[in-house]
Design a protein. Sequence first.
Length: 242
Amino acid sequence: MSTKTSMRHAGLATLPIAAIISTGVNADITGAFTYDSIVMADQFGGGQLPVFVQDLYFISNNPDDVVLAAFDLLLEPTAQIDYYQAPLGYGWNPGNLGGIFDTESVRQADSFVTIGGFGSDASTPLQIPGAGGNTQLDSNFGGPDTSFPGTAAGWFNASPPTLAGAVHDTPLGTLGTFVGRFSYVGDPWDSPLYKSRISASWNQGIGTPGDSASFLINWIPSPATLGLFALAGLRNSSRRRI
């Protein structure tokens, strides 16, 4: 673990989210953040392994906002990786086929993108059957089976009257809309989406004017992730003292 990486995340982790949300003069969607956590997930061939989950949100300061699309995703080189797909998952399209396909790995760890459609409370989104079903990928994405989204990838709510992208309370303690899960197997300090860029389009419902803006993706760890980082720091300190 490099000093540069640990300082990067320590700085973000010690600030309240209100202090690091980027805001615009007239913007209602004010930023893009991942909420990072760790789950145990199935691997191909049997057994389980720890998967580091990055849930991506657009953050809002207006309870009337409705996200319509995410687009122009520009991944940092460190984010162009082979994201985790659950053995019984549905690729980057949100989808849980139910029955034998409805596993905890599909619900909690599978990578996919969406425009809302995962409930309206602050709990961690679960990919249950039917969730996010109106989301479609654009032509830049690279298809549902790609390892990572292509340059300037996007996705959108194909049925705007559903208002699936309406903002609601989030685990970040703010209003926002859940727009994707990017899970990976590797170092939790990496948080690869950090400093990638993404754009949002939104309005306040059918017939209202739309707006759009581009944001750098920031990072907020869950309490469990913070505990893991603290434990790793203690271990490193002990090694230095030996």
